[in-house]
Design a protein around this ligand. Sequence first.
Ligand SMILES: NC(=O)c1ccc[n+]([C@@H]2O[C@H](COP(=O)([O-])OP(=O)(O)OC[C@H]3O[C@@H](n4cnc5c(N)ncnc54)[C@H](OP(=O)(O)O)[C@@H]3O)[C@@H](O)[C@H]2O)c1
Length: 227
Amino acid sequence: MSKTALVIGASRGLGLGLVKQLQAEGWQVIATVRDPQRAETLTSLAGVRVETLDIDDMASVDALNQRLAGSRLDLLFVNAGISGPRDASASNAAAEDITALFLTNSVAPIRLAERLLPLVEPRNGVITFMSSIMGSVETGPAMGMPLYGASKAALNHLTRNFVASLGEETGLTVLSMHPGWVRTEMGGDQAPLDVETSCRGMVEQVTKAAGQRGHRFIDYQGEALPW
Ligand SMILES: NC(=O)c1ccc[n+]([C@@H]2O[C@H](COP(=O)([O-])OP(=O)(O)OC[C@H]3O[C@@H](n4cnc5c(N)ncnc54)[C@H](OP(=O)(O)O)[C@@H]3O)[C@@H](O)[C@H]2O)c1
């Protein structure tokens, strides 16, 4: 029987790449976008169930949860994220940009995972949060974009709390994933990796992780990263 994945934030970039790679490997895929009118490539893929979701909006998350009632997810991949203004620092960023960055990147992914948790296969399901090496407290501060890095560090922190709440007996595996530096709207033209290479690697790591249990911060090649 084929496995089922839910990819959150799949209109473009890595989310769209994940959908294509999962499909190519035989998964059934449910994919969410904020606006299906602006996700033509995704909506033209045969066999993908497309749902509308703004991860920041809990009513939208609850509505998705109801529409998915009865589904069984082998993978929940929370990919949605924003970079915020490129030059934003703690001293110059506007309050609304800081709020948006930490809501979308840090808090909303965890809230969504908590809500959708009952849908995830409890014995060997995988929940993956799209993190970043910039969120490493050890190595991230040298890389620029300090507020973006802090938002991913906060995501990692909240993910560890989320994992603790699952209890010792859970069969779930949780991954905090760094996709590499990838050529997308967020990653820019100078990034060394293409979407296909990153997504092939991430799907390989997710597939390997099923049933291993625990929580790891890794990149698309499976390398462990410093917290
Ligand atoms: N590219 C890199 O080098 C890199 C490196 C490390 C980590 N990451 C992370 O990887 C993830 C994907 O990045 P990307 O490079 O593919 O960026 P991207 O091309 O800018 O795509 C971002 C995706 O997130 C969605 N999104 C943003 N806010 C959302 C919200 N409130 N609700 C639902 N969906 C939302 C966007 O949907 P819309 O089309 O509706 O805006 C889009 O599908 C992000 O979490 C990013 O932080 C990327």
